[in-house]
Design a protein around this ligand. Structure first.
Ligand code: NCD
Ligand code: ZN
Length: 347
């Protein structure tokens, strides 16, 4: 059995770093694992302008532990008021790399999102012309659609028309959860890709109800049936560069998840690359982890691949039961349980 695994240092193409004390509590985990990360803009208020993104970027850089070598890749939050001028400024900045679309009401802090992409035509046209990727939370918000079908219905109703209308727009369907999403991405042109989280690769929806309601497995899009998990594992271990790493690590205070109406989001930044290694190992595809984790995202975004390396050791360790989170704590993925691989400290 392989005892160590050396990879080009990976990047996380979808992470929530939050702000203030929360940011200071979590950013070190991401910076230890990844060279770069696409930072989600769903703060309160959302990051809708280049000026707000610049200020947020500075707060991230000053929250990093001394000696970190980590670059935050910033994003703007698409609203119905986003102008082509702001897109052009973002594109010229050199440090804003994408624009995120949250359908209004779809998930945590999505209230400011567009109600429909047809309300954002000028901004989308500018993004297509300038090569700015659109990152999509792909779920319909229609309460009449079953929660387990919301991704598939979003693809049918919104995504297929979108890629027809903007054939050159770079699109990343974020945190995909279904066989329908895999099929959509595989049949689309090369300018359409997807990120996949560790939790959607490791768990199916039974995890939400094992022996009782398990709020720490609740995220959006929600975990799906086993057949969908298997389709995701096949996609990421196939070596197809359209699928790359995006943890969607989304920290929430323990008290806001263990509640009558718990928040959506799973924290995985503390053990992300190790958890992905488990997935690739179970599929007998450890040799394909590096492409997924360290090459394909950079290639899609038109950024250079990293050159530094990390080493993972096949060594079981137990995830702490809690992690500090400002005045509160958070419960990380696998809390109190074992992870099979361990990231070695850089020498
Ligand atoms: C994310 C969050 O908490 O910001 N939650 C989640 O369940 N994934 C928002 C999101 O990406 O949907
Ligand atoms: Zn997210």
């Amino acid at each position: 059995m392989t005892a160590t695994l050396t990879l080009i240092r990976p990047d996380d193409w979808h992470v929530h770093l939050r702000d203030g004390e929360g940011l200071r509590a979590v950013v070190a985990d991401t910076a230890r694992q990844f060279a770069r990360a696409i930072v989600m803009p769903n703060l309160k208020p959302p990051v809708t302008s280049v000026a707000q993104a610049a200020a947020y970027r500075e707060r991230i850089l000053s929250a990093l532990p001394a000696g970190s070598s980590f670059t935050p890749l910033m994003t703007l939050y698409l609203t119905e008021a986003t102008t082509p001028g702001e897109i052009e400024l973002a594109s010229r900045s050199g440090w804003i790399h994408a624009v995120k679309y949250y359908p209004a009401g779809a998930t945590t802090h999505s209230e400011a999102g567009a109600r429909d992409l047809s309300h954002c035509r000028e901004a989308l046209g500018a993004m297509e012309a300038l090569g700015v990727p659109l990152l999509i939370h792909g779920e319909v918000t229609d309460p009449d659609v079953d929660i387990f079908d919301r991704e598939r219905v979003f693809i049918e109703r919104h995504l297929i028309p979108l890629v027809q209308r903007y054939p050159r727009l770079k699109v990343v369907l974020e945190h995909i959860t279904t066989a329908s999403a895999v099929k959509f991405v595989l049949t689309a042109e090369d300018n359409v890709a997807a990120t996949v989280t560790p939790h959607h690769l490791l768990y199916n929806r039974n995890a939400l109800f094992q022996g009782g309601v398990r709020p720490h497995y609740y995220c959006l899009p929600v975990l799906k049936r086993e057949e969908h998990r298997q389709a995701l594992v096949r996609a990421v271990t196939s070596g197809n560069p359209k699928f790359f790493l995006g943890t969607d690590s989304a920290p929430h205070a323990r008290s806001t998840k263990e509640s009558a109406c718990g928040c959506a989001g799973i924290y995985s930044a503390h053990a992300a690359i190790e958890l992905y290694a488990e997935v690739f190992e179970s599929a007998g595809a450890l040799d394909r982890l590096e492409g997924f984790a360290s090459h394909f995202g950079a290639d899609f975004y038109g950024l250079p691949r990293n050159t530094a390396r990390i080493t993972l050791q096949r060594e079981s360790w137990t995830v702490p039961a809690e992690h500090p989170f400002g005045q509160d704590t958070l419960v990380p993925l696998r809390a109190g349980e074992a992870v099979a691989w361990k990231l070695q400290a850089p020498i």
